[in-house]
Design a protein around this ligand. Structure first.
Ligand SMILES: Cc1cc2nc3c(=O)[nH]c(=O)nc-3n(C[C@H](O)[C@H](O)[C@H](O)COP(=O)(O)OP(=O)(O)OC[C@H]3O[C@@H](n4cnc5c(N)ncnc54)[C@H](O)[C@@H]3O)c2cc1C
Length: 470
């Protein structure tokens, strides 16, 4: 990219703009703390989210604040760093400028670390029916739906409805799906059993569905077999080799069967942030930006893409997986490379140090693969607890999470079983209310609202028709 190299000096210190305060972006910022640069981190949220524990918020094990840390607070001791809360929608590499909804900012070095988003593979209408698990809002919405289903099942006289309410379907048997299935099963079968009077929550069905023939397909065969056995021992129905064909208000069409369920969670896929496409660089099939060995673009060594959004080749030539340690190591490496360049040195290539992978299945059950070693059961679970506590941002969060886990382990309790209306559900309700009112004024009587798709325009037309007729 052509641009006057001496613009850095004209502005004073060179400016590093980081888009995304997730695992990758936050580590770039932290490692530039003492560098002679101005750092500007832009994120659409005001917090860093520890996604590996999001399923625990979704299943009432942890509170939202335990796994989210305000980015400003994390970086407050860095005098060379400012934080902007803004959603970036465009990047002009020629002008070296980043655009967000309420402004724009020039950069000398850009680090794009905007991660992934939930992918419904072209069935976006399922979004409303089956929330994903990617943002804190998703986690709170899943929690609301799960807890609400138990509450509704408690008061209904309709046995079929109660059965559908107490059937939870999780689509996607990767780590997120497996962890969700295990946690919901635990709540239903062990935590809630004494809390309800009309229903027996231990009869709840938890169904884990995947088109693949294995759960945790990225793991070794033996590990995924072990995980499947553990899930089944916990009462989870594992349905494999089965593609989801449709999701409706009433349930899920899986292969040639229909599972009646009022709570469906989508853990089946992610796609790259659309921001990658604004770079006008090479993208892979998943929309990830293809980067060179030092994580910068082939034709622009001032633009780095890291973390989930990057397609960076590992030693075997395959793209590195979307894992927190990959993003963290790439963030640290990119900060080091920028510091090297400021000293007139060459960039160094990135080499990923594989720390293994692990997934938890429930209380005292997990699977882990570290190098050639495979663990399961209590040992893997302890390892999982330790690693997650270690990487959690902030001492307060670590302390509170540790206390919550201790409480859950000893008392079989879930500390945050609160049903809180999330903006989405609130908006839907308000919208339904508005439509109901409009219908009433249109029909002149209390109408039974049964047409979700009735447009505001149609309602106005009816109201006008009615007032004109009087
Ligand atoms: C439910 C779940 C469980 C997981 N469990 C594990 C696990 O157990 N172990 C593991 O290693 N990995 C796990 N992962 C994967 C891991 O969380 C990711 O690999 C990691 O978060 C990637 O880091 P990142 O910095 O690339 O992106 P992210 O951490 O996703 O951060 C992206 C940031 O960019 C911001 N952003 C996005 N778009 C914009 C925009 N347009 N403008 C401004 N800001 C924007 C977002 O708000 C976010 O803060 C899990 C992921 C999920 C969703």
């Amino acid at each position: 990219m052509e641009r006057a190299e001496d613009e850095d000096e004209a502005r004073g210190m060179p400016r590093v703009v980081i888009v995304g305060g997730g695992f990758g972006g936050l580590h770039v910022a932290k490692k530039l703390r003492r560098a002679e640069v101005e750092v500007c981190l832009v994120d659409r949220e005001n917090f860093h989210l520890f996604q590996p524990l999001l399923y625990q918020v979704a299943t009432a094990g942890l509170q939202a604040g335990d796994i989210a840390s305000p980015i400003r607070a994390v970086l407050r001791r860095q005098d060379n760093t400012k934080v902007i809360k803004g959603e970036v929608h465009d990047i002009d590499r020629k002008e070296r400028r980043v655009f967000f909804e309420h402004g724009e900012i020039d950069y000398d070095y850009l680090v794009l670390a905007a991660g992934m988003q939930t992918n419904y593979f072209g069935n976006d209408e399922w979004r409303k029916l089956a929330p994903g698990l990617k943002t804190l809002g998703d986690g709170l919405e899943c929690r609301r739906r799960i807890l609400e289903a138990f509450e509704q099942a408690e008061w209904t006289d309709d046995d079929d409805l109660a059965e559908a309410l107490l059937t939870f379907v999780i689509v996607g048997a990767g780590p997120t799906g497996v962890e969700m299935a295990g946690a919901i099963s635990e709540i239903a079968h062990e935590v809630m059993v004494r809390d309800f009077r009309n229903i027996d929550s231990s009869k709840a069905r938890v169904v884990l569905v995947d088109a693949d023939s294995r759960v945790l397909s990225a793991y070794h065969d033996e590990t995924s077999e072990q995980a499947k056995r553990d899930l089944e021992a916990m009462g989870v129905e594992v349905v494999l080799d089965s593609m989801v064909k449709d999701i409706t208000d009433e349930g899920v069409h899986v292969g040639d069967r229909f599972i009646r369920s009022h709570t469906v969670i989508w853990a089946a896929g992610v796609a790259a942030s659309p921001l990658g496409a604004t770079l006008d660089a090479e993208l892979d099939n998943a929309g990830r930006v293809v980067v060179g060995p030092n994580l910068s673009l082939a034709d622009d060594d001032r633009v780095f893409v890291i973390g989930d959004l990057a397609h960076a080749a590992g030693e075997d030539g395959e793209a590195l997986p979307g894992l927190a340690p990959v993003a963290i190591q790439q963030g640290i490496h990119t900060a080091r490379n920028i510091r090297r360049r400021l000293k007139g040195k060459e960039y160094r290539p990135f080499i990923y140090r594989d720390k293994g992978q692990m997934a938890t299945l429930g209380r005292a059950r997990a699977v882990a693969e570290i190098g050639k070693q495979r663990f399961s059961g209590f040992l893997a679970w302890m390892l999982w607890l330790f690693i997650h506590l270690l990487f959690l941002v902030g001492f307060r969060n670590r302390l509170f999470v540790l206390l919550d886990w201790f409480y859950a382990y000893v008392g079989m309790r879930r500390s945050s079983r609160l049903i809180v209306e999330t903006p989405e559900s609130y908006q839907q309700e308000r919208q339904a209310e508005r439509r109901q009112k409009a219908l009433e004024s249109a029909e002149g009587e209390i109408a039974v609202f049964d047409d979700e798709e009735l447009s505001e325009k149609e309602l106005h037309r009816r109201a006008e028709e009615r007032s004109g007729g009087e």
